[in-house]
Each structure stands twice: as C-alpha cells, then as structure tokens.
Design a protein around this ligand. Structure first.
Ligand code: PEP
Length: 253
C-alpha cells in the first residue's frame, strides 16, 4: 500500500514561541527515525514563519509547505511570494486554491492553475484544493464543481499533472466539525482519480488527500478508503497530541 501523506495547514495561526513549542512537541512524539512514522508528514505554515520552521525541521523527515504561491515568477507584485523564493527555504509543498483563498481572495480556477504551474516550474509540489460548497452539494453539483476545478489545473499543466497533489476539501466540512462520510469522500476521490487517469498514465501515483474536520476519531476510516491517500488537516494540526493521533491513524505497517 502506498505511504499516506499527512499535511498540516496552520492557516493564519502561530507565533515564534508557539511554533517552536508545537514543532518540538510534534518531533518528540514521532518515532526517532521519523520515516518509520509510516507516512509522510508536512507542515504548511504562514509565509513569514517559513525560515523559522525550516530551521526547526532541519534534522527531521518532516517536510515544509507554504499556504499559497504567486502565479508570477518574479517582478512588481507587491506582497507576493514566488515559488523560487519558497524553494530557497526548502519548501516542498505549496497549497493552492484553498477554499478560503477562493472565497476571500476571489481566486478563480484559472488563477489556481497558474499558481500550480509556477510551483511545478520551481520544483515545489502544489497541493491543489478542490471542493464544493453546501449549496452546490445540495444542488447535486459536487462532481461537476470538483471536475471543473481540477480540469483547469490539468489543462494548464499538461503532462506534469502527475506531479501534483490534490486535496478534496468539501467547503462545508472545513473548520465546521462536519466531516464527509468515508463513502461520500471516496465517491469524490474516485471521480478525481478517473479524471486524472484520463490525463496521465501515472494517475495512480497522484496523492489525493481528504480535508475537512479530520480528527483522531474519523481519520482511520477515511484513510482506509481506496482512493484516499492522506489528509490535509487544519485545526487539529495546531495541537501536537491531536495531529500525532491522526498521523498514527495514517500509519501503513
Ligand atoms: C483546511 O484548512 O485545509 C482544513 C481541512 O481545515 P479543518 O481541518 O480545520 O477543517
């Protein structure tokens, strides 16, 4: 069975002291040889703390991730962070198209696709988030919405598409305590896998993560689904014991 990828999304939380305490507690709770944690682990932290967390993770196998990346390579784009800059700080992953950015920053499918393109061009793996709102689910549009969101990224990235990570995050489940049932999540993951398979012969190696109120109680069942290759964990990744319990549920013996 393929190794799961468990990525924490700290969102806009943290401080120098809180980050140091959290990373210390996480590393202390992982097996000494953290590759024997049985899954890959990443922390997606606010941009301003990338240097700090990069240093804190230096002697561990835990990867560093950003929460966004510019759609541009370089230039007069005040406030933006390029993929090459992320690479300078050993960033392995960049979340793109998180629903909070689609909602509050009006990011479109085309913009998200450009961000994925920039990330890949600099050797940063984009974690492309897709997911439907509650209204869209209730209107029976879930499949159409996630397929439209992923299609934009496939279209812009061509054969590189096998290098991305996808995160299915139903918007109604993010930060709400409501989780998609394992069956609901698997159904959407299978749709996404089929869409990837139509675009690349390497679709099986694309990790498709589930995100949305994942916790220690629901992680095992979600992660047991055939097309769920890991988790993108928001709130629960801010507490070391909670994230460690979720990581334990992802362990492939
Ligand atoms: C997220 O922000 O990507 C997320 C899944 O949040 P939460 O786990 O808090 O629902």
């Amino acid at each position: 069975m393929k190794k799961k990828l468990m990525a924490g999304n700290w969102k806009m939380n943290g401080s120098l002291q809180a980050n140091a305490d959290l990373v210390k507690a996480l590393l202390a709770g992982l097996p000494a040889d953290s590759s024997s944690a049985g899954c890959s682990i990443a922390l997606c932290v606010p941009a301003v703390y990338l240097a700090q967390v990069s240093a804190l993770l230096e002697s561990s196998d835990v990867d560093l991730g950003a929460q966004d990346v510019s759609q541009h390579a370089v230039g007069a784009f005040t406030g933006e962070t390029s993929a090459a800059m992320l690479k300078d700080f050993s960033v392995r992953y960049a979340i793109v198209g998180h629903s909070e950015r689609r909602q509050y920053h009006h990011e479109t499918d085309a913009l998200v696709a450009q961000k994925a393109l920039q990330a890949l061009a600099s050797g940063v793996t984009p974690i492309v988030c897709v997911g439907e709102t509650l209204d869209e689910r209730e209107a029976g549009q879930t499949e159409a919405v996630v397929k439209r969101q992923l299609a934009a990224v496939i279209h812009a990235n061509g054969h590189c598409i096998s290098e991305i990570v996808v995160a299915y995050e139903p918007v109604w489940a993010i930060g709400t305590g409501k989780t998609a049932s394992p069956e609901q999540a698997q159904q959407v993951h299978a749709v996404l896998r089929a869409q990837l398979a139509a675009a690349t012969p390497h679709a099986a190696r694309v990790a498709i993560l589930y995100g949305g109120s994942m916790n220690a109680a629901n992680a095992k069942q979600l992660l047991a689904q055939p097309d769920i290759d890991g988790g993108l964990v928001g709130g629960a990744s801010l507490k070391a014991p909670d994230f460690l319990s979720i990581i334990a549920a992802a362990r492939v013996e």
